[in-house]
Design a protein around this ligand. Structure first.
Ligand code: FE
Length: 339
């Protein structure tokens, strides 16, 4: 087929009414919020003519997929956190995708070994310090959080939260279980209060003088800076990229998985490919002050102003593999039980 004819065919296709593609629409189950996802899907439809439908939910999508089984209309799942992606794999709800575009765009440590999930964005699990009460450079690593000099000065959310479990899993991967447990118990001894609230609450607690150090994901800080009411609290803290000069900062991901029962597999993979391309990567990361998973795409906007992220390149699958160990370790040190 000559180029001219090919171009003519493409044009003709793009002039067809959308309804022709209706039964090939890509159906997405999303744990991620509409304001993040809708602009991406609109851009994808504008480019390809492929329609999409989305079900948004805060919980229960993997249970729903499980229940629907082979009759599920869902093609893709969009979610945050390695634990949720792993849960889909463990329940055998996702399909392996062997695709060059996806493998070129997403580094090996940020995708499932068999392509059962792919990261789309990353976020650093950061240390935040009081600008008033902690000197710049006074803490530089996760390991330092266990130093007795920080006694009664650290705030975190529950040790059982997936974000902390992933961080603790990375400590097990790097140091072995015994050393990781020693560290965790040192960190627990330094807590200023019983673990509670979300990541933003830990930053607010520094601003309120409850603690001097906190652990929180990078995008919460970014979103607080962008919110007039929360900006003062965010401005009271300094962001530290932990282990920046060593193995790198622990990151977690948001990602996408193709469902095992996907009725529109081909178009779904086209959407997966699109989401890993520079345009979508930039849009997706910027909307939630995250980092693009595609290393060819630079962090932009507010996030770029914080400085360079040097991510720990430990595979997220390995982090997932230590999850159960990490949960048990949290129980053994009784992390959440602080007087
Ligand atoms: Fe979050």
């Amino acid at each position: 087929m000559s180029f001219k004819r090919a171009a003519g065919t493409l044009l003709a296709l793009s002039l067809l009414p959308m309804s022709v593609n209706a039964d090939e629409a890509v159906n997405v189950y999303s744990y991620r919020q509409a304001y993040l996802i809708d602009p991406l899907l609109t851009a994808f439809t504008d480019k390809t003519g492929i329609e999409t439908n989305v079900v948004f939910a805060k919980t229960g999508l993997s249970e729903r997929l499980d229940r629907e089984g082979r009759n599920s209309p869902a093609d893709l799942v969009l979610t945050v956190d390695i634990s949720r992606l792993s849960e889909l794999v463990e329940k055998d709800l996702t399909a392996a995708v062997d695709n060059d575009t996806l493998e070129n765009n997403i580094p090996e440590n940020l995708r499932h070994p068999d392509g059962k999930w792919f990261a789309l964005t990353t976020r650093g699990r950061m240390i935040f310090t009081s600008k008033e009460r902690v000197e710049e450079g006074e803490i530089t690593t996760y390991e330092d959080l266990a130093d007795p000099k920080w006694e009664d000065r650290i705030c975190t959310r529950s040790g059982k939260h997936p974000y902390n479990i992933a961080l603790f899993s990375s400590m097990i991967a790097h140091h072995g279980e015994e050393k990781a447990e020693e560290w965790l118990s040192g960190l627990k001894n330094n807590l200023a209060r019983k673990p509670q609230g979300g990541d933003r609450d830990q930053i607010k607690a520094i601003a309120a003088g409850v603690c001097d150090l906190a652990i929180a994901n990078s995008y919460y800080y970014g979103n607080m800076l962008e919110d007039e009411n929360q900006r003062p609290a965010a401005e009271a803290v300094r962001l530290v990229f932990p282990n920046a000069d060593g193995r790198g900062t622990h990151i977690n991901i948001s990602g996408v998985a193709l469902t095992k029962s996907a009725p529109n597999r081909d178009n779904a993979i086209k959407l997966m490919e699109y989401l890993t391309q520079p345009e979508a990567q930039r849009m997706y990361a910027e909307a939630n002050t995250e980092y693009p998973a595609n290393p060819e795409v630079e962090a932009s906007g507010l996030v770029a102003e914080w400085g360079q992220l040097n991510p720990d390149e430990l595979s997220l699958q390995e982090i997932a593999d230590h999850r159960i160990q990490a949960v048990k370790m949290v129980d053994r040190v009784d992390y959440n039980n602080v007087d």
